[in-house]
Write a new protein. Structure first.
Ligand code: HEC
Length: 144
């Protein structure tokens, strides 16, 4: 090796920089693509019926999330409800909504929302759908 020809030249450094950048940009794009591909399957979007959509609207307009979490998102005043359909079932949920507030001493209270039968069914369908979202087994147990 002659004078001025270092083992690792600027040209090589430039190639490593650009090559590395392109490699990781492509890898990132591939990972994003892979995630995007899996969203319909993981969110179980085929099961989003008009009833589920209507139930979600009830969930949003009544601000259930102001007290509850749903799959971890929301407030920590009241129980996580992502799996409530699995742990309680549709009949319990509808009955529960109707008997609020329970006025049980020492327990936090939930308001009465005066939902009709159709709205209660829609809410149940929404909570059934959330229980079927593939969250890679989160929360770790049915009580959330
Ligand atoms: C002001 C706060 C508040 C709001 C708003 C609220 N909840 Fe609740 N909810 C509670 C509390 C507190 C409990 C637990 C009460 C208890 O255990 O005695 C509860 C419990 C529940 C349960 C039973 C959970 C279980 O594991 O047994 C369901 C189902 C439920 N809420 C649904 C809803 C839905 C649906 C909405 C919106 C339409 C809603 N809640 C809005 C406070 C609230």
């Amino acid at each position: 090796m002659g004078h001025g020809q270092a083992g690792f030249t600027k040209q090589m450094a430039r190639n490593v920089f650009y090559g590395g950048s392109v490699f990781f940009a492509l890898l990132f794009a591939a990972i994003v693509f892979h995630s995007e591909q899996r969203i319909p399957q993981r969110s179980n979007s085929a099961a989003i019926t008009p009833q589920v959509v209507a139930g979600k609207k009830i969930w949003e307009t009544r601000n259930c999330i102001g007290c509850h979490t749903l799959l971890g998102e929301g407030a920590y005043f009241a129980p996580e409800l992502g799996n409530v359909y699995l742990r309680r079932g549709p009949d319990f949920i509808k009955a529960w909504m109707k008997i609020q507030p329970t006025h049980t001493p020492g327990r936090r209270q939930m308001p009465q929302f005066n939902l009709n039968e159709q709205q209660l069914d829609e809410l149940v369908e929404f909570l059934k759908w959330t229980s079927q979202v593939n969250t890679e087994k989160w929360p770790p147990n049915i009580e959330g």
